[in-house]
Design a protein around this ligand. Structure first.
Ligand SMILES: C[S@@+](CC[C@H](N)C(=O)[O-])C[C@H]1O[C@@H](n2cnc3c(N)ncnc32)[C@H](O)[C@@H]1O
Length: 237
C-alpha cells in the first residue's frame, strides 16, 4: 500500500515540477549542449538493452518521467512494442507530444502511477529517479506496475570510476555547468540543483542494492562514459 507523503516530500515534488516547467522550452538544447550530445548515445544504449522486449508486438513499455520524450522516442525507433510516456510536468509533456503522434504522453506522478499492478513488460526511467522525493518508494511503484519477469531500466547520472576523472567531472558539473545552464535557460537554480541532486544520489553499488531490496532480481549495471552515468537493470521477481 502507498504510504502518505510527508510535507517535505510534497514540497519537493512541487519545487521539481515548477523547476522543469521553467526550463521545458530550453531543456533539449541544454541537454545536448552540456553533454556534447553524449546523452543521445546513452539513451541508445538503453534501447539496445531492451531490444528483446521492444521487438515484441504485444509488449507494453512505460517510460516514466519521460520529460520531453527523447527516451520514449528512442525506444519506439524500429520497435514493434507499444510505448507510453508519462511525466507530471505538463510543459515538458507538451514538448514531447509536439515531436511525435506515435507515442501517447500522459500526465502522471511517478510516485502514484495511474496504471494497474503487473501491466508493463518493461519500465524505463531516465534522469528521473534522482528527482523523486523518495527513491525507495519510487522504485517500489515502478516494480508494482511491471509484470512479473518484466524489466526495469534506470538511466541516471552516477559516480565516475577513475578518481582523477571523477575530480575533473565534478569540477565541470559543479562549477562550469551551472553557469552555462543558467546563462542559456535563465534559470541558474535548475542547473545548481542538478549537481546537488547527483551528489545525493546513490552510487552504482548502493543503487543496485536498493533495487534488490525493492524486490528486483538479476540486478546489474553498465557504466557509461567512465561511470558519469549508468544503466541499472533488474527483473521483477
Ligand atoms: C531530467 S528530466 C528527464 C527527462 C527525460 N527522461 C530525459 O531523459 O531527458 C526529469 C523529469 O522527471 C520528471 N519528474 C520528476 N519527478 C516526477 C514525478 N514524481 N512524477 C513524474 N515525473 C517526474 C520531471 O518533470 C522531468 O520531466
Amino acid at each position: 500500500m502507498t504510504r502518505t507523503r510527508t510535507a517535505s516530500e510534497i514540497e519537493h515534488a512541487r519545487a521539481v515540477r515548477a523547476m522543469f516547467s521553467g526550463i521545458a522550452g530550453r531543456y533539449d538544447l541544454l541537454n545536448h549542449l552540456l553533454s556534447a550530445n553524449i546523452d543521445k548515445r546513452w539513451r541508445r544504449r538503453l534501447r539496445e538493452r531492451l531490444a528483446d522486449v521492444l521487438a515484441k508486438s504485444d509488449a507494453l513499455v512505460l517510460d516514466v518521467a519521460c520529460g520531453t520524450g527523447d527516451l520514449s522516442i528512442e525506444l519506439k525507433r524500429d520497435a514493434d512494442a507499444r510505448v507510453i510516456g508519462t511525466d507530471f510536468c505538463r510543459p515538458m509533456l507538451a514538448v514531447a507530444q509536439d515531436k511525435t503522434s506515435e507515442i501517447p504522453f500522459v500526465e502522471g506522478d511517478a510516485m502514484r502511477l495511474g496504471f494497474g499492478d503487473d501491466t508493463f513488460d518493461a519500465v524505463t526511467i531516465a534522469f528521473g529517479l534522482r528527482n523523486l522525493s523518495n527513491f525507495a518508494d519510487g522504485l517500489a511503484e515502478l516494480h508494482r506496475v511491471l509484470k512479473p519477469g518484466g524489466t526495469l531500466a534506470v538511466l541516471e547520472f552516477s559516480t565516475p570510476v577513475l578518481p582523477g576523472f571523477r575530480g575533473l567531472f565534478n569540477f565541470y558539473f559543479a562549477r562550469i555547468l551551472p553557469r552555462i545552464g543558467g546563462f542559456v535557460s535563465g534559470e541558474r537554480g535548475a542547473y545548481e540543483y542538478l549537481p546537488d541532486s547527483v551528489s545525493k544520489f546513490p552510487d552504482q553499488k548502493r543503487l543496485a542494492e536498493l533495487m534488490e531490496r525493492t524486490g528486483f532480481v538479476s540486478v546489474g549495471f553498465d557504466n557509461l562514459t567512465g561511470g558519469i552515468a549508468a544503466i541499472h537493470y533488474g527483473l521483477k521477481g
